[in-house]
Design a protein around this ligand. Structure first.
Ligand code: ADP
Ligand code: MG
Length: 292
């Protein structure tokens, strides 16, 4: 492709809400055959809302929510925002938390008066020696409906469950259909649980799911696919996607997401609409064939 045709293509891309950094990104885009997608904020809106509160043992629902909110006040995770908003709406009491700490990819911990409290996924509970066998079915039910369920522990005993739901973006189903029609293999990668990830992937007919992965795991997955000879694009919105975006042949950032995601990517979808990937790919291939 000539410099002129590349300028025309990037200009057209920008009009369609897709920013393509340079000629190299455009050229690589034309060859992509596997697309890895982050779940939260990429396939979904990334604005979860509180849907369920389950009280266990001697706790009430308001107490469970009050504990959860106290724990999340120090967190910057989108899940924290959902819990704080829900707790406010449902009139949970405000409790003071001491010794806050965030456990990356697992949850949050702290102390309320003399009680050690923690909120997070099953891995966090396992690490604290909390027996979760009594709620296995309840957890699975939340996950099978695509919700993210978090467990609350007080003094190493299960005290409750809070669940949130995050809507799939209106533009996602059609984009996935078109990308499949274009012959791309589509893989979802998420830090969320296997059950939740499977439920979302099922609704969208995604080919393969990698759940409970860390940011490093996401980057490793990209490297593994490249080693198999695939040309890989990765789309994500978060700080935790930056390593994978940088590792991919083409990194695609949601313009609605974190700045470091945009900085790590060769392509940016201004409105966070995955349909932009379809449009950019058509554009890239047309340009590489020098058709204008
Ligand atoms: P994601 O890719 O979904 O943003 P993370 O790797 O950040 O996932 O976290 C993985 C899981 O750890 C979450 O699905 C959640 O169960 C738990 N978790 C992480 N941070 C928090 C938090 N602040 N509060 C409660 N649970 C959390
Ligand atoms: Mg995300």
């Amino acid at each position: 492709a000539t410099p002129m045709s590349i300028m025309v293509a990037t200009g057209r891309g920008a009009q369609a809400g897709v920013l393509i950094r340079d000629a190299e990104a455009l050229e690589r885009f034309a060859k992509v055959d596997v697309l890895v997608l982050d779940k939260t904020g990429t396939l979904t809106e990334g604005r979860p809302t509180l849907t369920d509160v389950v009280a266990l043992g001697d706790k009430t629902e308001k107490e469970v929510l009050g504990y959860a909110a106290a724990l999340e006040r120090g967190s910057e995770h989108p899940l924290a925002e959902a819990i704080l908003k829900g707790a406010g709406e449902r009139g949970a009491g405000k409790l003071d938390l001491a010794d806050f700490s965030a456990v990356t990819g697992k949850g949050v911990r702290g102390r309320i008066d003399e009680t050690e409290v923690a909120l997070g996924n099953t891995a966090l509970m396992q690490g604290l020696g909390v027996d979760i066998s009594a709620v296995k079915d309840q957890l699975a039910a939340f996950q099978n409906s695509g919700k993210t369920a978090m467990l609350l522990a007080a003094d190493a005993k299960l005290a409750g469950i809070v669940a949130v739901a995050d809507r799939i973006k209106d533009t996602t189903p059609a984009a996935i259909r078109d990308l499949h029609a274009a012959g791309l293999k589509i893989i979802m990668a998420t830090g969320d649980s296997q059950g939740t990830a499977d439920a979302v992937a099922r609704d969208l007919s995604i080919d393969e799911v990698r759940a409970e992965v860390s940011p490093e795991d996401k980057a490793d997955l990209i490297a593994e696919l490249k080693a198999k000879g695939y040309s890989v694009a990765m789309a994500g919105d978060g700080v935790n996607d930056a390593p994978a975006l940088a590792a991919a042949d083409v990194g695609i950032a949601m313009g609605t997401g974190a700045d470091v995601a945009v900085e790590s990517a060769g392509v940016t979808l201004l409105k966070g609409d995955l349909g932009g990937i379809v449009r950019a790919r058509v554009l890239a291939q047309a340009t590489m064939r020098n058709i204008r």
